[in-house]
Ligand binder design. Structure first.
Ligand code: NAD
Ligand code: TDX
Length: 333
């Protein structure tokens, strides 16, 4: 069935990967991207997509009128738009409260009014962190967020569930683990390290580097979202991950190896306040109920593709780099 999709935050990292994925996989769908083009959004992320099928509306999800007009004109909304970087949230929380909570409220009110299908994108960080031996997060893990970022994402999930229960909004939710792949802003761990090395500097590990993240390629996250949009049960939450837990030190040393550097050619910098120790996802539900399967089951292959993308796309990341490192310098990291 042909569909008119509204993608909020579609000029950001995962949103744009999703738009490219849907463009390829569903050739008769129309896509409108609603994006404020904050420091994290980039028009260039949508380059190469035909204007007859993909339209960019530059606007803020906190703006009631803009959201109402965009939602009225679509069949379904996939809601990615958010402030997404934990370090920024610890430094300056207000934009997180505004976009992640007020913005999600605006989206919910518009889908309620216009009776549209919604898929809300969330994160594993809403569950807090795990000790190394603890069982992985599942759909029934209690919420226990640690940072202003994860607290506002948790709040947005609660709003979505309340709108489902109280108003019958037709929504699904997903909570995914750490994504990597093309178009990720250089403030994030993997692109920061790769572009530091490309710029002739040493990469930077927070604290001891023993913190564990569960890595998924953004293309696999995209295929999971499409599966939920098409086959997911209204009101349900699906956790998305590919069983790829790694310490930050392991990831960094893999990057160093892929870029032909010595394994100890990096710096330890001061740790993130409140730094979550470990995230890990049990994705049995989406695999068993929706038959979803990832493509990138080997992390090193996906990481090598990503390193190659940053090598080939210096013109894309160079303009973000100086300002990003200036912010880190202020934080002492
Ligand atoms: P990103 O920061 O790269 O992109 C966010 C996009 O939203 C940008 O294009 C930005 O311009 C836009 N935006 C921000 N505020 C806006 C506003 N008020 N109005 C309209 N647009 C606005 O983020 P990302 O890493 O692509 O994350 C996308 C979503 O996925 C977020 O909801 C995030 O919580 C979630 N998520 C991310 C990860 C990850 O590893 N990056 C993992 C799980 C879930
Ligand atoms: O320079 C660095 N050195 C370092 O050791 C940076 C930028 C990060 N780190 C560490 C902190 C984390 O343990 O690497 C890990 C990953 O850091 P980020 O890329 O900032 O990701 P994280 O904090 O885990 O959050 C990400 O995954 C979940 C996304 O940014 C969130 O939007 C998503 O919800």
């Amino acid at each position: 069935m042909s569909m008119k999709l509204l993608v909020t935050g579609g000029a950001g990292f995962i949103g744009s990967n999703f738009v490219h994925y849907v463009y390829r996989e569903r050739p008769d769908w129309q896509i409108t991207v609603l994006d404020a083009l904050t420091y994290a959004g980039n028009r260039a992320n949508l380059d190469g997509l035909g204007e007859s099928r993909v339209k960019l509306v530059v606007g803020n999800i906190c703006d009631e009128k803009v959201v109402d007009t965009a939602v009225a004109d679509c069949d379904a909304v996939v809601h990615f738009a958010a402030e997404s970087h934990v370090d920024n949230s610890v430094h300056s929380p207000w934009p997180f409260v505004e976009t992640n909570l007020v913005g999600t409220f605006r989206i919910l009110e518009a889908v309620r009014k216009h009776k549209k299908r919604l898929h809300h994108i969330s994160t594993d960080e809403v569950y807090g962190d795990l000790e190394p031996g603890d069982p992985k997060f599942s759909e029934s893990t209690p919420y226990n967020p640690s940072s202003p970022y994860s607290a506002t994402k948790a709040g947005s999930d609660h709003l979505v569930r309340a709108w489902i229960r109280s108003f019958g909004v037709q929504a699904t939710l997903s909570n995914c683990s750490n994504n990597y792949g093309p178009y990720q802003h250089v403030e994030k761990f993997i692109p920061r390290q790769v572009t530091e090395i490309l710029g002739g500097r040493r990469p930077k590990l927070y604290g001891t580097g023993e913190n564990i993240r569960d890595w998924i390629h953004a293309e696999d996250h995209s295929s999971a979202i499409l599966a939920i949009l098409e086959k997911g049960k209204i009101g349900e939450t699906y956790l998305v991950g590919v069983n790829a837990e790694k310490t930050n030190k392991e990831v960094l040393q893999l990057i160093l190896k892929l870029m032909s550097k010595d394994a100890d050619d990096y710096e330890h910098v001061s740790d993130r306040p409140g730094h979550d120790l470990r995230y890990a996802i049990d994705s049995s539900k989406i695999r068993n109920e929706l038959g979803w399967q990832p493509k990138y089951t080997d992390f090193e292959t996906g990481l090598a593709d990503t390193v190659a993308w940053y090598k080939e796309n210096e013109a894309w990341w160079k303009p973000q780099k100086e300002e990003t490192e200036a912010k880190y310098k202020e934080l002492g990291r």
